[in-house]
Design a protein around this ligand. Sequence first.
Ligand code: BG6
Ligand code: MG
Length: 221
Amino acid sequence: MTKVLACIFDLDGVIVDTAKYHFQAWQRLAHELGFDFTEKQNERLKGVSRARSLEILLEIGNLSLNQEQKEQLAHRKNNWYVELINQMTPDEILPGAKAFLQALKEEDIKIALGSASKNAMTILQHIAMDHFFDAIIDGNKVSKAKPDPEVFLKGAEALQVAPPYCVVFEDAQAGIEAARNGHMHCVGVGSPEHLHAADFVIGSLQEITPTALLQFYAQRN
Ligand code: BG6
Ligand code: MG
């Protein structure tokens, strides 16, 4: 019987839909650089660090730049992105996220955030969910990007729960791989075609309860 003692949540795409803001900012940068960037291409950037996202964007635009230029562009994109997330409100919390986290707390299941974003605290404060988490590990606290498991392992360590007792909730393939690499369970949030490596996939956190989660893992071995 597998016990679940902690849940670790990705932020972008699981708790809030910030992918659209990342897309707007990257597209603005692409247009400035003289090429187009589509929503489909934006899929490749999900769950990936800012620096790696820029590499992918430049690859799409067929541009090769030096380190200083890249840092300037990443900074430029981030300023636009921060302008957008500074407008966020609690209305943008994805369906079921708040209720599920609240229900987990009532079951004494610990909760951590495991996000690649360096802007995670800003977002959590705008949506008034910063107080929900027992531990917050974001892009400022890790040196290796997903699919490296560092962000989730640090989350588990902060909660003092061993990885096999943790369930990660992720909307990106890189994040699911990170959970696997950290020997954790993983629930995919989003559409199944990108997330087949997860234990199971839900459309949103509205589709799960602590009871259903605990039952699923109790039946597995
Ligand atoms: C992840 C997003 O959560 O954070 C990625 O899915 C993003 O798209 C990454 O690139 C880094 O975010 P930020 O806010 O530090 O640029
Ligand atoms: Mg995500």
